[in-house]
Design a binder for this molecule. Structure first.
Ligand code: G4P
Ligand code: MG
Length: 170
C-alpha cells in the first residue's frame, strides 16, 4: 500500500485549523476525549487552542497477538462517566477514521452516558467503505485531511524522526 508521511508540524497546523473550524461552528466542549493511543498527541495539540481538560479512553480492536477481534472492546474508560459526561459537550479526538469501527463503538459507549452533544474530530479521514458508522445523534464531524486509502505514517511511530521528516511535505 502506498505510504503517506506526516510530520508533527503538519499535524500541529492541522489541529490549529480544526480548532478554528470547531470554534466557528459554535461548538464549545466541556471536555476533550482522546482515543488512545493515536488520539493522544492530536488531542494535546487541540488543547493549545481549545483549552479544556482531556479525558482518555482505550479501545482495542486487535488482541495481544495482533489478531483482529469480532468487535472492538474497552481497555480503559473514564472514571465516574455519568458525573463527567451527563449533559456535557464532548469533543472526541482520534488520529484516523479508517474502518470507523473503533470510533463508532466509542461513540455508542459515550452516548450511553447522556452527554448533551458530541463532536468528532480526526486528523485524517480515509475515503473508503466503512465497517462502523457514526451514530445519527452525532451532527458535528471535523476531518483535517480527507484522503484516499493509503497507509499513513505518523511521526510518533517513527524509529528515526529525522528520516521520517525527510519524507514529509514540511
Ligand atoms: P477507526 O474506528 O478509527 O477507523 O479505527 P480502526 O478500528 O479502523 O483502526 C484500527 C487501528 O488501525 C487503529 O489503531 C488505527 O489508528 C490504526 N490505523 C488505521 N489506519 C492507519 C494508518 O493509515 N496509519 C496508522 N499508523 N494507523 C492506522 P488502534 O488500534 O486504535 O491503536 P493506536 O495506534 O491508536 O494505539
Ligand atoms: Mg487510533
Amino acid at each position: 500500500m502506498e505510504k503517506y508521511y506526516i510530520s508533527y508540524n503538519q499535524i500541529h497546523t492541522i489541529m490549529k485549523n480544526l480548532s478554528c473550524e470547531i470554534r466557528e461552528s459554535g461548538f464549545e466542549p466541556d471536555y476533550i476525549v482522546a482515543i488512545g493511543t493515536g488520539g493522544f498527541i492530536p488531542a494535546r495539540m487541540i488543547k493549545t487552542f481549545i483549552n479544556r481538560p482531556i479525558l482518555t479512553v482505550g479501545i482495542a480492536y486487535y488482541d495481544l497477538n495482533d489478531n483482529i477481534m469480532d468487535t472492538p472492546h474497552i481497555i480503559q474508560w473514564i472514571d465516574e462517566p455519568q458525573v463527567k459526561l451527563e449533559g456535557k459537550k464532548i469533543l472526541l479526538v482520534d488520529e484516523v477514521d479508517d474502518s470507523r469501527a473503533t470510533i463508532g463503538y466509542c461513540l455508542e459507549k459515550l452516548l450511553t452516558h447522556n452527554p448533551q452533544e458530541i463532536a468528532v474530530t480526526v486528523v485524517h479521514n480515509k475515503k473508503k467503505e466503512k465497517r462502523g458508522s457514526i451514530p445519527p445523534e452525532i451532527k458535528k464531524y471535523f476531518a483535517g485531511e480527507t484522503m484516499d486509502d493509503k497507509w499513513i505514517c505518523y511521526p510518533w511511530d517513527a524509529d528515526d524522526i529525522c528520516e521520517h521528516d525527510i519524507n514529509c511535505k514540511y
